[in-house]
Structures are given as C-alpha cells and as structure tokens.
Ligand binder design. Sequence first.
Ligand code: IPE
Ligand code: IPE
Ligand code: MG
Length: 245
Amino acid sequence: MGNSAARMIPVPKIHVAILMDGNGRWAAARGLPRSEGHRAGVAAVRRIVRVAPQLRIGTLTLYAFSSDNWERPAAEVASLFGLLEDYLRSDAAECTARGVRLRIIGRRDRIPLSLQQAIDSAERQTAAGRILELRIAIDYSSREAILRASCWMLSSLEVSDREFARRLGQVTNGGVAAPDVDLLIRTGGERRLSDFMLWESAYAELHFTQRMWPEFDVADLEAAVEDYFGRERRFGRLPDGAAAS
Ligand code: IPE
Ligand code: IPE
Ligand code: MG
C-alpha cells in the first residue's frame, strides 16, 4: 500500500544542459584529425541520451554548434554539419522508439539545406515522444536569442519572466518555453558559458569537469546528477529550517 502511494508522487524531472567541449583536444592527443574527435563526440551523445531518462532528466539540451563556431575552418564546419545530419537521420527511429522528442534550437537560415531537411524530418518523426525532450543547439547564440526576444517584446509595457521565456523559446525554435536549466555541465576543462543558455541558467548548478567530451561516460553523468541532487538550492531564500532571528 505504502508502495503504491509512493508511486503516485510524481518524480521531479530536471533540465540538464551540456557544453560538449574537448573533441578537438581529445583527437589531437591521439594524433587524430579534429573531425575524428567530433565523430567520437557523437558516440558520447548516444550513450548520454540513452541513460538520461533513468537519471530523472526530463529535458536535455546539448550545445553542438555555437554561432561563433562559424569562425572555424570551413572544412571543420562542414564535417560537424555532416555528422549532425547523419545523427539526426540515423537516430530518429531509435529516439521515437524510446519516447525521445527531438527539437533543434538555434538559427535555421544559415545551415545547409540538407541539414534543415534532416531537422524537419527528425522533429516530425519524434514529435510524440514524452519520456525525454532532447534539444540540440545548432547555430545557437544565447545573446542573440535574448536580443531577438527583447525586440519582439518592445511594445509590451510589462513582461513577466514566464512570458519572456516563452518568447525566447519561440525565437530559438524551441516551441514552448523550456524549463529553467537545473544543472549545467561543461566538459573539456574550461569554466565559461560561451554564450549558452544565459537566461535559462540564472539559478543553474554548475558542474565543470576536466573530462573531454568523447570520453564523458554514463558514470560521469551519474556522478554529476548525484552531486546535483545533493546541493541545496535556495533561490535567494534562507536555507530550509533556518529561522530568521
Ligand atoms: C566541442 O569540441 C565541439 C564544438 C565546439 C563544435 P571542440 O571542437 O571545441 O574541441 P576543443 O575545445 O578544441 O578541444
Ligand atoms: C562551445 O565550445 C560551443 C560548443 C560546445 C558547441 P567552444 O570550444 O566553441 O567554446 P570556446 O571557444 O572555448 O569558448
Ligand atoms: Mg572547444
């Protein structure tokens, strides 16, 4: 009886955002071209997506290509887009089977047409997924999104956080407002946000790891999530049980 009552309590699901950094350094350390690092990075994406629902993750946002990454050599940009397109085409069916809904956030107007088509088809195919919302950021700039949402709202006198978040979702093709980020992970050793989820991470717990993205595995994600659940989130308030004297 106690068990069935416990089962009725909804388990809170969290939003985890990951800056998948370190592919190039991982490849260089092995004498491989950077593109091989990106390829190994796709394998890491697969393992993380498969395990995410078991770790109470309801939304997973992965930073795959920043708007500033256009500054990289054309061949690297092309190889990244090729890998993303292959991933969307080859994994949409598995995502559908696992209840994973894919959404690509970021600009759509500058990426190759074949990638745009792969995005449309993967989003359509997986639209019924309710187990995990998998958002992949491509040609994404958080500042640009905030600017565009702000311009859109310029004529409104008062805007709530919630309304602004909804607009932000719309300008980045994210559909409805994404929940705030609960846990933000960056692999590769750098401790910066590189224009990722600036608005949505206002109260995110930050987790930086030296691990390069291609070697980030299930145990690393488990450890990060476990650490997250051990943290006390106060949102500006006093800690639980601390009476004001
Ligand atoms: C992250 O790895 C993937 C992208 C930014 C596209 P990097 O390519 O930035 O790898 P490092 O940081 O050079 O090692
Ligand atoms: C951030 O990584 C973008 C992605 C992970 C896709 P970068 O490697 O581009 O960031 P910086 O240049 O080190 O800040
Ligand atoms: Mg990098």
